[in-house]
Design a binder for this molecule. Structure first.
Ligand SMILES: Cc1ncc(COP(=O)(O)O)c(C=O)c1O
Length: 359
């Protein structure tokens, strides 16, 4: 393909649109963690800035991060690889393991799911087979397996963005078993697993074809630091660290910040529990509101169907300076929004606004 043709093809693809930053807004649109105290992060950043010497390449800092990630996950560091956000790890895996060979050019995902992943597959020329979740956003694992078996790459978002739910653990393990025939790579995106009841990370360490993706952008409140990691079989993790990943993928400052936040994981664990409590409270309060359907979530956000009240609620939220992810119609669901669980005060402002408009 000529360069001109390739640029024309790429220009036509859907691409991620960065959210607009609105000064002073209550930001409930990107699943960041504002319940983690800003002063806590600031203190860690200040200490890290004093400690590092940015004139040097990061050498020991990556090792320190691996040790803390191993402590947090309970998984030996030989199974772990790190990157500049899980986005960058996805990108690397796509370009090296999935899109590289002509024979490996199909991906299977269920939909709706994290659209960034689909866009990146399309950018790299992979055909993406989309298996729809049912009307309750549940997955028919037989249908999914059938499509996945024709693919070289399978993506499971667990818990799923934007719907919030996570497959029952036994279905997740069953899927990995069914797809464990050496023919395909299975990516399990666990960006939100810190808020859920289980992780498939241990399963990944026992298999050659499964990579679990995690991030410090969500529960750990470090979206701006850009630190993600993956957990895989020993050989896969080793090849990733030695050859696939670039030598210095994360800045010394970000590595040091991430390591120090992980050292204080009890503070983060507390915040995660608060967010889960708030998730339950918002779920119950919205559930009592006529005409609104809210879906069970295992993540730090909720998927809400507002039907005919969509425009009125969207306008009211905008007027109050509350930003949520407006999704419009999703499959057969009308007027959908994804709402990040914030601090209690942020959540109260959101609930008051919705209740005032919808009732
Ligand atoms: C499912 C999922 N995976 C990955 C990411 C990206 O995470 P990171 O900030 O580590 O690149 C996001 C961010 O929204 C996400 O929702």
């Amino acid at each position: 393909m000529t360069l001109k043709k390739e640029l024309t093809r790429i220009a036509k693809l859907d691409h991620y649109v960065r959210p607009e930053k609105i000064a002073g807004a209550i930001k409930l649109d990107s699943n960041e963690n504002f319940a983690l105290d800003r002063e806590f992060i600031l203190q860690v950043v200040t200490e890290a800035a004093r400690h590092v010497d940015l004139r040097e390449y990061p050498i020991d800092e990556l090792e320190d991060l691996y040790l803390q990630l191993a402590r947090y996950t309970g998984i030996n560091k030989k199974y772990i690889g790190a990157g500049s956000g899980s986005d960058q790890i996805i990108e690397l895996l796509l370009t090296t393991l999935a899109a590289n060979s002509k024979a490996q050019s199909r991906a299977t995902v269920f939909v709706p799911t994290f659209s960034y992943f689909i866009s990146r597959c399309e950018l790299h020329g992979l055909t993406v087979d989309k298996v729809s979740l049912d009307k309750n956003f549940e997955l028919d694992i037989d249908r999914f397996t059938k499509s996945a078996k024709k693919s070289n790459l399978v993506y499971l978002c667990s818990p799923n963005n934007p719907t919030g739910g996570q497959l029952p653990k036994k279905d997740g393990v069953e899927l990995l078993d069914r797809l464990d025939d050496g023919k395909r790579l299975v990516l399990v995106d666990e960006a939100y697993a810190d808020f859920s009841d289980y992780s498939l990370a241990k399963e990944a360490t026992r298999r050659d074809n499964v990579i679990v993706l995690r991030t410090l952008s969500k529960a750990f409140g470090l979206a701006g630091a850009r630190v993600g990691y993956m957990i895989a079989g020993e050989k896969t993790a080793e090849v990733f660290r030695s050859t696939i990943q670039s030598p210095y993928p994360v800045s010394t400052l970000s590595l040091t910040i991430a390591t120090r936040v992980l050292e204080k994981v009890d503070i983060v664990r507390n915040v995660i529990e608060n967010i889960k409590g708030e998730r339950k409270r918002i779920f119950e309060r919205l559930g009592e509101t006529n005409g609104i359907r809210v879906f069970r979530s295992d993540a730090n956000f909720l998927f809400v169907e507002t039907g005919k009240k969509y425009s009125a609620i969207a306008r009211a939220l905008e007027k109050e300076g509350i930003v949520v992810k407006l999704l419009g119609n999703v499959s057969d669901h009308i007027g959908c929004m994804r709402i990040t669980v914030g601090t209690r005060e942020m959540n109260d402002r959101f609930l008051e606004c919705v209740k005032g408009t919808a009732s």
